[in-house]
Design a protein around this ligand. Sequence first.
Ligand SMILES: NC(=O)C1=CN([C@@H]2O[C@H](COP(=O)(O)OP(=O)(O)OC[C@H]3O[C@@H](n4cnc5c(N)ncnc54)[C@H](OP(=O)(O)O)[C@@H]3O)[C@@H](O)[C@H]2O)[C@@H](O)CC1
Ligand SMILES: Nc1ncnc2c1ncn2[C@@H]1O[C@H](COP(=O)(O)OP(=O)(O)O)[C@@H](O)[C@H]1O
Ligand SMILES: [K+]
Length: 507
Amino acid sequence: MKILTAAQLREADAFTIEREKLGPGELMERAATAFVNWYTAHFTSEKETLIFCGPGNNGGDGLAIARLLHQQQYPVRVFLPETGSSFSADFSLNLERLPPEIPVQRYESLSGLPHFEKEKSRFIDALFGTGLNRPLTGLYAETIAFLNASGIEIIAVDVPSGLFTDSPSPEDAPIIQATYTVSFEMPKLAFLLPKTGEFAGDWQTVPIGLNQEFIHAERTPYHFTTEEAVSKIFRSRPKFSHKGTFGHALLMAGSYGKMGAAVLTAQACLRSGVGLLSVAIPECGYQILQISAPEAMVLPDPSESHLTEFPADLQKYSAIGIGPGIGQQRETRQLLSGLLDHAEAKLILDADALNLLAADKKLLNKLPPETILTPHPKEFERLAGSATDDFQRLELLREFCERYRCYVVLKGAYSCIGTPSGNFYFNSTGNPGMATGGSGDALTGIITALRAQHYPPEEACILGVYLHGLAGDLAKAEKGETALIAGDIIAYLGKAFQRIGERATEG
Ligand SMILES: NC(=O)C1=CN([C@@H]2O[C@H](COP(=O)(O)OP(=O)(O)OC[C@H]3O[C@@H](n4cnc5c(N)ncnc54)[C@H](OP(=O)(O)O)[C@@H]3O)[C@@H](O)[C@H]2O)[C@@H](O)CC1
Ligand SMILES: Nc1ncnc2c1ncn2[C@@H]1O[C@H](COP(=O)(O)OP(=O)(O)O)[C@@H](O)[C@H]1O
Ligand SMILES: [K+]
């Protein structure tokens, strides 16, 4: 799914209205209806719905929502901050359409507002949407502070008011802290980034029938990965396939005290459809790995405690994953440097392999094309420098991928895959239960397996990251978030693959 900017969305609105010859307020009616359908499916009419409307089209949505909820016997009241702003045409239209039974209160200061009882109230924030062009001040800012401090749940229409969707919001800008955000047609970029995403709360998108031709033709580097897109990437196993069909992966992982990383990576790789797996480990891990992953072949290093040599015959591997738990010894760095010189296979670098690169940045110039790196934000910072905000971090990601012709999976709540051509794919699966040691190792195993099976790098990243998150979500349904461990993600990979496979068959 594409993610468009506020300016592009405005054009999409205008194009849809013109192409479909929509009358005044018709698109807004669709948006309000979509919101209300979501709202009434989630909330009963027990509490009173208190709708705060700004002067533009977001406020217009709020007024249409008030009318539609009222039609369904939901008790509603409307609040309009009086600031002297001029109203948009669709705002005025919907103000006229408001039935006289709905109380409308205009207020010039917060003291003009009544007392709201927490147990009996729910707020809808329809102050500002994608039309915000400067931070909110005055009565708008005061209203936001008041709503946020109320302790009453807030459902934002399209965007939490005060949040810039495509650029960083200033540090102390007043922004609604939404409990839920119901956003029209597609997520907004700010929802997917750690700092600004917090404001959107638990967000959902609802379609409002924007013209798909327009959206299809519109250019954007930002994408949100859906199950539909992922199921198109997934390939089922042909009837007459054999283990050679699915490639031979090499993993280089583990060191004394961190053999668990090698085990988790290997298990995840095996559970992701690879034909054959060899694992290079320091001697101390020999028995550990043979016992915990008997399907894998083990290549012990001459060193007892850490990796010092890469295996001979690198050409026989169709993908090589290196990094989880390898430590940062000098010999391991030399090994990595040699591997970058000699590996023709598809490389996946994670964890300490990334830290070794960061400690000796010359090595970056030796990355073979199409290498995949899977840093978390700290590892990425070590590689590419620190960013002033999440949006600038995306810029660093774009530059890094372009410069080194590599694919970077920047891990997080919405892991973001950067590509050498400048695209970004935000992942839609996963949960905070996955913020636990070893879950990144599982991801490395999955992506290595997919590369070994000849998935192109972009597809291996998109599919692998999605499956990893989906397995985490399926595991969460059984185990809950708190108790979830990396091994659970691996245990649910089968069900995750099955689900994508079924979706792929359905077409
Ligand atoms: N287009 C459509 O048909 C549809 C649109 N839809 C809905 O419309 C929303 C976008 O509506 P919008 O463009 O009217 O913007 P909105 O966010 O309501 O702001 C309004 C005006 O506020 C002003 N303003 C900006 N910053 C300000 C500030 N800090 N302090 C004070 N004022 C400020 C600024 O005007 P200015 O003062 O700069 O002249 C701006 O024009 C979108 O999120 C969705 O909910 C849906 O119904 C689908 C159909
Ligand atoms: N809040 C979250 N929501 C979704 N996924 C998450 C969240 N926190 C972490 N993850 C995922 O868990 C993994 C953690 O990886 P990483 O930090 O490398 O862990 P480790 O090094 O311990 O294996 C990443 O794939 C990341 O996207
Ligand atoms: K809003």
